[in-house]
Write a new protein. Sequence first.
Length: 269
Amino acid sequence: MMKIKLLFISLLVLTTVFLNAAEKKDEPRLMAYKGINVAAKLNDENDTFGQFKINAGFMYEMVNNTNIFFSYCISALWDGQENSNPFKDINHNPEFFWVTSLDFIPFLKGIKPEVKVGYEHISNGVDDESSDYEGLTNRSRSVHNINIHPAVYFGEDIIFKLSPKFWINTVDKENTDIGDYYGNADLRMSLEIYEEVTFSVNFRGNPTTGKGRIESQVTLPMSWPATWIFGSKPNTYWFFEYFEGYGETLLHYNFYNRSFRIGLALARS
């Protein structure tokens, strides 16, 4: 029940912030961050067919024209197949970061370089004494890191983006072996075609342990049948995701999982 309350409080905060930003045009910019989507699992790996994965997040420029942002994202697994439809795990992911363009460097102008530097916290919002609906305890998970996230872009109408991320964990009191599965770097490659279709793939892992993950996403405009039904093009997308490896959520960072999901995206990452 506590997880459900936290999720709805989070969604309420997101909605309130978006509505306030829409009403106050002179306020600092607020944008979707890391995508807003919901998708159902189509394979039966670990007996989780039909399980929903929900992602939502925003980034908010704290002071105009400073490029200093606060962001908050949630990621949740909702198991609609079991009694009471429990949330298996809810991850909370606040960040503070500064982002800047590096196009003032003459020989880099053609690839539109930028770099993001920040602090990130990820937690599943529970302590070790609390128990879930199955009576399981020792579920507290958290990650704190300082990171640098460069990115380069190629193209105009068809845009290829290459964005590695490097981090140093700053707190090591629980899940002390998480580095064996997460490592200290990931690499994301994405392709956007005429602002319509997007493809992305993300690699993360630890080369010394051989454990990691691959996550791939595709979004397509929901031009049909929505245009035929509503008479105008919707601001939503078909969403497809493939995940294989460790750490789809923080609670199960050391569990191997394979999943294929399909759903809808309101905003793309």
